[in-house]
Every structure is written in C-alpha cells, then in structure tokens.
Design a protein around this ligand. Structure first.
Ligand SMILES: Cc1ncc(COP(=O)(O)O)c(C=O)c1O
Length: 409
C-alpha cells in the first residue's frame, strides 16, 4: 500500500475520536462549551500540536498548501517580492509563492537534499523578502546558518515542514526557528488525517493574520457570527471536526512514530554500511524524521542500474518533486509579471524557469535514490523498501537483497 507512516498506524484511537464527533453530530470547528454535540477536536488538535512543537500558536488548516499560503499572506508577501526556495521540493512550495503574486527564486540543494546554504546569499536582491527552507524527505535544513543569513539581509524565514512533521534541529522542533511555518497532514506524511495541515508561529501578530487568512479575515477562534472585526481578506481553509479528530489521535502518536522509524532506518542502514559505490546523503541532525533512506551513488549510471533492478527511478526522474519536471512553471514568466494590473517597474522582473538551470541539483538528484522507511510513494521515488510496520525479518530480507544488488553494480 502507498502512504505515509501515520496512515500505516491508523487504529482504534482514530476511530474513537471520529465516533465521538459523529455521535455528537456537530462537524464544524467552531462552537462553544454547552453547544449540543460540540467536541472541539480541531481546537484540541491545535493545543496539543502546539505543545508537541513547543510553539506559541498553531492554526489548523485544510492542507499543507493552504498553510503555506497563510504563512506568506501573514507576512504580507506579494507582488514583486522574491522568495528563495530550493529547486528540489514539492510544487506547492513554489506555487504558493506564485499564487501570492510573488516570485520564487530557485536555489541549489546540497548533498543533504535540502537548500545549499552556501548558495543563498548569491541570490539575494533588493526585492528578496524571505527564504523558504524545505525540510526535504524529513531532513532538517541547517537552520542556524539560514537564520544567520536571514538576519544579515533582513529577510523573513518561512519553514516548509510539510515533509518533516515532528523532526528537530539542534534540540528544537522544526518550524520553531523561522518566523512562521507550514505543516502537512496529507496521506503521505509523518502523521496524517487524509488531508489537512497546520501553521505554527511564536508571533502574536502573524498568528492573527494567518488565522484571518485561513478564515475570511476572522480573529482567532471566533465563537459564532462575527461582524465588524475583520482586518484582512482571507478565504476558507478551515479544518473540520472529522479531520481534527484524526489529526488529534495522530498527534498523540507522533513521537512513537518517529522513534519507530528511526530504529528501523538504523537497522537497514547498518546492513548497507561500508559498502562501495555509494554513500548515504548527509543528515543535518540525527533527530530527522527517518521516513526515507537516500543513497547517493558515485555515478548516474550506477544509480540507474540499481533502480532498474529494484523497479524504481533515481530521484531526478521520479516525477513530482524536481523543478525540471514542473511543466507548470517551465519556460513561463512568473505570475507576478503577468498579473500586475499596472505593468509597473517594480513588477518587471524577468525570471524564466529553465530545465537544468540548477546543475548542482541535477547532478545530485541524478545520482540519488530513495528507499522507503515509512513513506511509500512512487512519486517520491520511494516505491521500494520497508514501512513502519515491517518486522526485523523483513528489514533483514530487504537489506540482504540491497547488498547483493550493490555488490553486482
Ligand atoms: C515539501 C512540501 N510542501 C508542501 C506540500 C503540500 O502539502 P499538501 O499536500 O498537504 O497540500 C507538500 C505535500 O506533498 C510537500 O511535500
């Protein structure tokens, strides 16, 4: 079955939370104590997720994409603003910037498969407003370095934690370093409610704005119809109580999910350690999410041969997450230019996204192969491997098979 680790551990806990909501019959996130059947699952999820992260505020949303939009809107990022984002990420990191009429500036990745911090400063211009590091495949970005650069150039930091819910860097959870952060609870993520997401921040004003954007401009946690108190224009990206029920049960499982993944990844990694022809990608903190094991081969040819045998593809060709494969943006001018109603100077900014514009990223991804530990997803190149429920016997079997293939290359 395809899916993420959270979806593999759906059980009685999720059913119990869901049943409570269905028995109450009140599926809307807003209510008040005493309102018949209101179970406040979304509010409970927000509080518990806050505690797990160590963040001051969390807004539950309908998706990770919606969360990214809320982050950018909260910061006031809009037409003509540039946001630095890696070229290896899910399209939503890039499209959320375009949808705010701002301009994604694509950055190289390094052998951690996250943004290459040595290349960020070369991309900063007077228009740059933010850096969007993406904790790709559960690996924390080098947040200390990113914060240093952001401070030096007076930039905001929006953390895309969609693939790294619960991971930590230097003792703090991901999403608590930047100004504001986005999480996804879609089916392929560390924990899941089918779809769903969250925004996290420690800043009261950003919280109020992100909350307003996710719900037609309303102030946080309104109780009913609210007239005359809306400061910004927003849309509806609310989470409902059924999603909240599952998100709550899954949040309570998050740390157990992460420690199981880390144990299983270590077992498989140990079986492959010391072999020739490849190395493991750089992991920036051992408290990564351990959802995937990424092998970096010496050559493209070796990576391709290895993939042919396991029935997979190197990450460069696995679809979805590589800028070269994003036909939505390739050879097109940015939305900011196209949409500016005034054709003003500020918004005349020629950025055209071209195939192979990031040679370092292309080289790394051409040699990189994902083996699943917990995220089983062909779209990520991780259709082969183990899952969170795999037994020790199964892990050994996969490890021995991979050893044999590696020896034959
Ligand atoms: C890095 C990254 N950002 C954003 C998203 C968007 O999340 P969602 O699918 O919940 O909208 C995803 C989802 O795959 C992702 O991997």
């Amino acid at each position: 079955m395809a899916g993420g680790p959270g979806s593999y551990v759906f059980g009685e806990e999720e059913k119990k939370q869901l049943n409570e909501v269905m028995e109450g019959g009140y599926l809307f996130r807003y209510g008040a104590e005493g309102v018949d059947g209101f179970c406040h699952k979304v509010a409970d999820f927000e509080n518990e997720f806050c505690n797990v992260l160590g963040a001051k505020h969390v807004v539950a949303t309908s998706s990770g994409t919606g969360s990214l939009l809320c982050c950018l809107a909260a910061l006031g990022i809009g037409a003509g603003d540039e946001v630095i984002v890696p070229g290896y990420t899910f399209i939503a990191s890039i499209s959320s910037i375009i949808l705010m009429n701002a301009i994604p500036v694509l950055a190289e990745i390094d052998e951690s498969l996250t943004i290459d911090t040595t290349k960020i400063e070369g991309l900063v211009t007077p228009r740059t407003k933010a850096i969007m590091p993406v904790h790709m495949l559960g690996n924390p970005c080098k947040m200390d370095e990113i914060l240093r650069i952001a401070k030096k150039h007076n930039l905001y930091v929006v953390e895309d934690c969609c693939q790294a819910v619960g991971g930590s860097f230097k003792g703090k959870r991901l999403g608590t370093y930047g100004d504001i952060s986005a999480y996804s609870l879609n089916f392929f993520k560390t924990i899941s409610s089918g779809d769903g997401g969250a925004v996290g921040t420690n800043d009261d004003m950003l919280y109020e704005r992100a909350f307003g954007f996710h719900d037609q401009g309303h102030k946080p946690s309104r109780m009913g119809v609210e007239v005359g108190n809306r400061s910004i224009v927003g849309m509806n990206m609310r989470m409902n109580e059924l999603t909240g029920a599952v998100a709550l049960a899954q949040t309570r499982k998050l740390d157990a999910v992460l420690s199981t993944l880390r144990e299983k990844k270590e077992l498989l990694k140990n079986l492959l350690k010391g072999m020739d022809g490849f190395k493991f990608r750089n992991i920036n903190d051992e408290k990564e999410c351990a959802t995937l094991l990424t092998l970096l081969f010496d050559s493209k040819e070796k990576a391709e041969k290895f993939c042919d045998i396991i029935g997979s593809k190197p990450i460069a060709y696995s679809g979805w997450h590589v800028y070269n494969n994003m036909e939505q943006i390739l050879n097109k001018v940015t939305a900011s230019q196209a949409n500016c109603p005034y054709s003003c100077e500020k918004h005349k900014n020629e950025i055209t996204y071209k195939k192979h514009m990031l040679p370092q990223t292309d080289d790394i991804l051409g040699r990189a192969v994902n083996i699943s530990i917990g995220v089983v997803d062909k779209g990520l190149g991780s259709g082969y491997g183990i899952n969170i429920n795999s037994s020790e016997g199964k892990i050994k079997e996969v490890g021995i098979k991979l050893r044999k293939i590696l020896l034959s290359l």
